[in-house]
Design a protein around this ligand. Sequence first.
Ligand SMILES: CC(C)(COP(=O)(O)OP(=O)(O)OC[C@H]1O[C@@H](n2cnc3c(N)ncnc32)[C@H](O)[C@@H]1OP(=O)(O)O)[C@@H](O)C(=O)NCCC(=O)NCCS
Length: 304
Amino acid sequence: MGKLIIREARPSDRKAVVSFSAKIWEGHDYLPRVWDQWLEEPFGALLVAELDGRTVGTNKVTVLAPGEVWLEGLRVDPLQQSKGIAWALNQRAMEIVKKLKPTTVRFSTVFDNQASRHMGEQGGFRFLFPCRRLLAQSKKGDLPREAQGGMEDVDKILALLEKSSNFRQMKGLFAWGWIFKALDRPFVERVVAEGGALVARSLGKISGLALFLKQRHGPKAALGVIDGDDRTITALAGQFRIAAERLGFRELISMVPESSAPLLLAAGFRLEEPTRVVVYELSGETLERAVRVGGDITIPGSWE
Ligand SMILES: CC(C)(COP(=O)(O)OP(=O)(O)OC[C@H]1O[C@@H](n2cnc3c(N)ncnc32)[C@H](O)[C@@H]1OP(=O)(O)O)[C@@H](O)C(=O)NCCC(=O)NCCS
């Protein structure tokens, strides 16, 4: 089978990573775009698999906030797949996760990615929720003056989120492109400060909202959460396109519960394959077991 090493990535891995990632998802992989930035990140880890001296796989442990770990960037060179390399990369990632003592570990993948879902489930991750990915282009237009949320609205935004059915369905997470991040007060404040809070007002209250932020791994504006009644959601989705245009974005990405997808379609969004996305989480007792030294979760097919 050859000699497999899982190690920290180095700048010299770039060429091999760019070359095999070009063969994944018909060249639409975002890895080359973020690779240099990932190498610089101070927390977590960027791993590569080296088979007989050749870089053939990647994996990334990202710390989104203290205790909040995100797994991403799992790739294996198509010529070297089905040899257990992803398992080995995941096993090393979980060893790093252990040291971070997280309260949650999450990842997302497309609904049809049987390999990722299978490995997650074998590792004790539980299915959190499904959502739909829709894209749109920004557009020129007018925004109602009262639509822009300010710092004075943060309490009202948090109050609405507490009652929001969409937010509940997304388990309190902000859909940050392909990353899903816990949406707490500091993060809401960041969104507001960056001009990404749109609100619908009625009788002094906020009756709907759309929160967006620049994608972490790309140039798109990401719609993190949207809620309100049906007409309000469609109106806010349209306003998102206009507000994003004003902030200089051209492309928009959104991940929303199934029931909201038609409401975004009505605002000019489009479904694009792969459109069904799923999020998994390791937390609570399962996480305790997984990160306990000598814990009883073993990764099958391991090279080590
Ligand atoms: C997903 C990917 C990383 C798997 O890499 P790999 O090295 O071939 O995976 P492994 O050989 O370690 O096998 C992983 C497990 O997934 C299973 N698996 C692989 N393909 C599968 C499929 N199509 N359906 C069901 N299970 C599958 C394997 O059987 C194995 O489980 P087992 O040991 O219990 O049988 C690789 O296919 C890849 O890079 N795909 C493109 C990028 C991608 O999808 N990344 C994940 C994004 S979330």
